[in-house]
Design a protein around this ligand. Structure first.
Ligand code: SF4
Length: 443
């Protein structure tokens, strides 16, 4: 007789780091014989993995918990907002349990007490690399937890603690399993990828009989052995980042850096408690481009930080004009409960913030549009994400999933493409975000 597997519903909110936590919990649930329910009605209990980074994320998380309570009634809360259990209990006193980020043990304990596992040896057949929430052909690879910085607008260190790096051999083994399972693109994530290994003094480990240090460059060298795309996210513009640019120029890892610069005025950067030597940063960006002309730089900025004057804002505009960043996201500053920046004098009025954001985005739109237009007439290596009618929706080396642009391949279906395929595309058109092209056929 087959025992019906108890079913757990799962709601995953927040950033890629939270997504990796969700994947780990889902993997553990599968290992223990639980099934994942596709909707609230079928679930015996629901886990909500929350985000608490900014106030809008808190509201979204509380709404998601409320919906799960209304639709199902048995709800286990985990993730970043779990660090602020009081506001969850106040809004939703009936939740079964609350735990913080990466607290897989507490989540599983809560699931066990709400819903004892059914033991069936035939249902724990799961892939070697665990459960993934991303499409089969790309995966996030989390290399560390926590952060040693204390940016004044951020409460992540108080929620996730100081930096704890995963040993490099463990990360490389996970990457290898993902590649063996069909993953073609790895997205390296952390709170600060350039700080990887500082906490363990770059401890050397062995992988495939070769020594690798627990350090960003050594990790990149190991990942390049897998022969798939590796993309780096959340890198600080430190001097040692210079060392990995030659790996990009040699095609070992993608020529792509996601660097959250956040601002360009030394005064505002100091108030944010971030590295303030913006002239050196700009010089570094120019040098990187000399070594690797194809380098794509994506960044995020905060506009209207407390104390930001028109002169500070102008420095920010001058920086993006000079740095010619490829992809940029920007937000107006909004206070986060518990963040040190709340106490800084000179909060910028909301209308002024909105007007500066609009000016910033208008300038960046011109830059991004011109950079994409310069690609018309070139041939770009792309990875296919999906087929949509006649089109294949793909991304070039310059485009990270979810956050950057797309390459629409007009003859993708005709060319027989499928998700996960690598393909060269002749670029024939562009707009502010995306590229349009065709697979070249032999004459
Ligand atoms: S680097 Fe700054 S913004 Fe990023 S997680 Fe650490 S403290 Fe927060």
């Amino acid at each position: 007789m087959t025992i019906a597997a108890p079913k757990v519903g799962f709601v995953s909110l927040g950033c890629p780091k939270a997504l990796v936590d969700s994947e780990r919990i889902l993997t553990q649930l599968k290992v223990e014989g639980y099934a994942v329910a596709p909707n609230y009605d079928d679930a015996d209990v629901v886990v909500v993995n929350t985000c608490g980074f900014i106030d809008s994320a808190v509201a979204e998380s509380l709404d998601a918990i409320g919906e799960a309570m209304a639709e199902n009634g048995k709800v286990i809360v985990t993730g970043c907002l779990g660090k602020r259990a009081d506001i969850i209990r106040e809004a939703h006193p009936g939740v079964l349990s609350i735990s913080g980020p990466q607290d897989y043990v507490s989540v599983m304990d809560a699931v066990h007490s709400a819903l004892p596992p059914a033991h069936d040896p035939f249902i724990d057949l799961i892939p070697d690399y665990g459960i993934k929430l991303t499409p089969k052909h790309y995966a996030y690879l989390k290399i560390s937890e926590g952060c040693n910085h204390r940016c004044t607008f951020c409460i992540i260190p108080s929620m996730r603690g100081d930096l704890v790096s995963r040993p490099v051999d463990e990360v490389l083994r996970e990457a290898e399993k993902l590649a063996a399972g069909g993953v073609k693109e790895l997205l390296v994530v952390s709170q600060d990828t350039s700080a990887y290994g500082v906490d363990v003094r770059y401890a050397p480990r062995t992988w495939h009989e070769k020594i690798y240090e627990t350090r960003m460059k050594s990790l990149c060298e190991g990942l390049s052995e897998l022969g798939i795309w590796t993309r780096l996210h959340y890198v600080y513009p430190y001097p040692h980042v210079d060392d990995i640019i030659p790996l990009m120029a040699d095609g070992k890892i993608l020529p792509y850096l996601d660097i959250p610069f956040q601002h360009a005025s030394p005064k505002v950067l100091k108030a944010m408690k971030r590295p303030g030597a913006i002239d050196k940063t700009l010089q570094r960006v120019h040098n990187w481009r000399k070594v690797c002309p194809d380098l794509t730089i994506r960044s995020t900025f905060i506009v209207g930080f407390p104390g930001e004057t028109e002169a500070d804002f102008q420095m920010l505009l001058d920086f993006i004009e000079d740095a010619q960043l490829d992809r940029v996201g920007a937000f107006t500053y909004s206070p986060v409960e518990g963040a040190a920046a709340n106490a800084i004098e000179g909060h910028v009025p909301a209308e002024e913030q909105a007007s500066r954001l609009a000016r910033f985005m208008a300038l960046q739109a011109e830059i991004s549009e011109a950079k994409l237009a310069a690609k018309v007439g070139t041939r770009q290596s792309c990875i296919v994400d999906e087929i949509d009618g006649e089109l294949a929706i793909a991304r070039s080396k310059a485009d990270a999933p979810e956050i950057d642009g797309l390459v629409q391949i007009q003859n993708g279906f005709e060319a027989g493409l499928k998700p996960g395929d690598f393909v060269d595309v002749d670029i024939m058109g562009s707009d502010e975000h995306d590229l349009y092209g065709e697979v070249p056929f032999d004459d």
